[in-house]
Ligand binder design. Structure first.
Ligand code: BTN
Length: 254
């Protein structure tokens, strides 16, 4: 209808009380032809999936667990660019809904005071040349209490409540996040990933900083020069060589 803003993401939202994983539900829906922009949100996940086969803690009623189906007209190698989009959308939503300052940690973590508050897991179905669909999975620790994190996490984690001292309204947070995702996805489709990558870089404040990189057995240090169009971190070593870091653990050293 003329005059109404077109909403691609969040046109259809499926809310579940509990599921194994919103990513698994959204993936199945997408395989069955689910339309672009469909969102699956759950109050709790019994088998929330994290990256690298890890578990994502998903207790009921306190956090946001959501997955979005996208069908971008891009090649599989470009699909990692959608990670910038989720990271920037989460950072914007945190700023809009709380007084907490989010920090971005490459490649796709959102931290507060050095502890993880949100994680992103993109899963893709693609052919050699084209993406059929991508599921953007987003988990944000909104109101989880410190004692709900247990003692088995590999990296320190927190919630926006623990960091800011104020309960976050889950519905308002979800609405804000989906609106930001929608805005950024329209930019992505019209102008490509560059403007979003540039906001990512600005927010991460990582350019020009010294970092230590661990990739499997290998460790090295250098100064970050930026990100390439596929999200790899560009690190200048002391001998002048430029390393393109596709995966690994990166920590700031100054
Ligand atoms: C990470 O390891 O940092 C990624 C965590 C991603 C968690 C979210 S919660 C909603 C969606 N459903 C899942 O099973 N995982 C993602």
């Amino acid at each position: 209808m003329a005059g109404l803003p077109a909403r691609r993401i969040g046109g259809s939202v499926i809310c579940l009380k509990e599921t194994e994983s919103t990513n698994a539900v959204a993936f199945k829906l997408a395989e069955e032809g689910g339309v672009e922009g469909t969102v699956v949100i759950a109050d709790a996940q019994s088998a929330g999936k994290g990256r690298l086969g890890r578990v994502w803690l998903s207790p009921p009623g306190v956090n946001l667990y959501c997955s979005v189906i996208l069908r971008p007209p891009i090649s599989p190698v470009a699909a990692c660019q959608l990670t910038f989009l989720s990271v920037v959308a989460v950072a914007r939503a945190v700023e809009a809904c709380t007084t907490v300052t989010p920090q971005i940690k490459w490649p796709n973590d959102i931290l507060v005071s050095g502890k993880k508050v949100a994680g992103l897991l993109n899963e893709m179905n693609a052919e050699t040349e084209k993406v059929n669909f991508v599921v953007l999975g987003i988990g944000v620790n909104l109101n989880m209490r410190a004692d709900q994190f247990g003692t088995t996490l590999r990296h320190p984690a927190t919630s926006l409540f623990e960091a800011g001292g104020v309960e976050v309204n889950r519905v308002q947070f979800a609405r804000t996040l989906l609106a930001e995702l929608d805005r950024l996805y329209e930019v992505f489709l019209k102008e490509g990933e560059a403007p979003i990558r540039s906001e990512w870089l600005e927010r991460s404040r990582i350019c020009g900083r010294g970092v230590k990189v661990s990739c499997g057995e290998r460790e090295f240090s250098g100064v970050v020069e930026g990100l390439d169009a596929f999200g790899a971190l560009l690190v200048r070593l002391s001998d002048g060589k430029l390393e393109t870091v596709l995966s690994g653990d990166v920590s700031l050293i100054n």
